[in-house]
Every structure is written in C-alpha cells, then in structure tokens.
Design a protein around this ligand. Structure first.
Ligand code: ZN
Length: 70
C-alpha cells in the first residue's frame, strides 16, 4: 500500500467496506473523551453496552450503546 488514507482498522479486510466504515465511526465515537456530568472528570467511559461510568467518582448512568445521550 502506497498511501495510508483513512483510519479504517479493527476488522481487517473482512465484511466489505460499508460495515468497516460504520465500525470505525462507532469505535471512534466510543473512544471519544467525555466529561463526567457529576464531577467533570474526563475519566468517563463505557463499562458495558449502555452503561457509562466515571472512574473517578463512580458516577454511573445508562446511556446509548455507543454514546451517552447528553
Ligand atoms: Zn465523575
């Protein structure tokens, strides 16, 4: 490969282009740094599908599978 154009990774060359694009989008959405609504820390991340928790203060809320509705 001559040029590295996008950040399509994680699934390799499988499943075709469309699912890989969607996976990448969701993956980055999930990895985005978020602020805890309670203490304002950036250690707010997804624990499981739909469950978001702050690692600093332990604040836990139910959100969407790959994003918090805020
Ligand atoms: Zn917090």
């Amino acid at each position: 490969m001559a040029k590295k154009k996008s950040t399509l990774k994680g699934l390799g060359a499988r499943y075709g282009l469309k699912p890989r694009k969607q996976y990448t989008q969701v993956h980055f959405l999930m990895k985005t740094k978020r602020r805890c609504p309670d203490c304002g820390s950036l250690k707010f991340s997804r624990q499981a599908v739909g469950i978001w928790q702050c690692k600093k203060c332990g604040f836990k809320i139910a959100g969407l599978a790959y994003d918090v509705k805020l």
